[in-house]
Design a protein around this ligand. Structure first.
Ligand code: ATP
Ligand code: PRP
Length: 215
């Protein structure tokens, strides 16, 4: 029996995924909050968790560093999904990928707008679909700051309550995609570890359906 490696990020995704894995009978023996270990054993000998940065989950799974992972659809869209299968929507960490900026920004004016984002591929595709010329400025966080200091005209970022935008005098301007976290599986692992992965997916799916029914 081989050990199934599950990649996920600490923080929001780890916290929201935990109850679903618990309902599927899998619990980490340590928490990433209290442990500096990056491989966390579970109560099952055949499952362990790998703690990686959210944006690195698709890369670990694509290249077989993990058999499967939990990742936001935003990160998955930005990665492109090469070598990955996306069998299950966990309905957690829900938010929207949005274009945002100052109120009354004219998105359809003649000038080429500057767009700051960590979602460079998604942003490029979105504006190309709308036949708008933009300059993409790649950032890794705190996107809401960029328009305030004149770095850009618009940002592309995830929005939940809208509180971060509002606190910085910005507002959502255009919807790109609804986001939730997904299970992604390495395409080859789907064959080599088929029974382990199928069993896990069936249990997680049941846990997701139960959570939805209760909410
Ligand atoms: P990285 O460290 O790789 O930049 P991150 O800081 O974006 O990642 P998290 O903030 O933990 O990582 O977000 C993980 C995922 O949770 C995101 O990819 C997105 O799908 C979702 N998410 C992000 N912000 C929110 C939010 N405010 N409300 C709900 N879901 C969110
Ligand atoms: C995310 C995102 C926004 C904020 C949106 O940041 O980058 O800044 O949430 O949520 P809201 O609409 O409810 O305000 P997060 O809090 O995850 O911090 P991060 O910059 O560390 O990702």
């Amino acid at each position: 029996m081989s050990v199934l490696n599950i990649a996920l990020s600490k923080g929001r995704i780890f916290d929201e995924t935990l109850p679903l894995f618990a309902a599927a009978g899998i619990e980490p023996l340590e928490s990433p909050q209290s442990s500096r270990k990056l491989i966390l054993p579970s109560n099952r000998d055949d499952v362990q968790f790998l703690i990686v940065r959210a944006s690195d989950v698709p890369t670990y799974v694509q290249h077989g560093g993990a058999h499967l992972g939990v990742v936001g659809k935003d990160v998955l869209m930005e990665h492109g999904g090469d070598g990955l299968v996306e069998p299950l929507d966990l309905h957690i960490a829900k938010c929207r990928l949005m274009v945002a900026g100052f109120p009354n920004t004219n998105l359809n004016g003649a000038q080429r707008l500057r767009v700051a984002t960590k979602y460079a591929n998604c942003a490029r595709a979105h504006f190309a679909n709308h036949a708008r010329q933009v300059e993409i400025i790649k950032l890794y966080g705190s996107m809401e700051l960029a328009p305030l200091v004149g770095l850009c005209d618009l940002i592309v970022d995830v929005v939940d309550s809208g509180a971060t935008l509002a606190a910085n005098g910005l507002e959502p301007l255009e919807h790109i995609a609804d986001i939730s976290s997904r299970i992604v599986v390495n395409r080859a692992a789907l064959k080599t570890n088929n029974s382990q992965i199928s069993e896990l997916l069936t249990k997680l799916d049941a846990a997701v359906q139960q959570t939805i029914a209760q909410s």
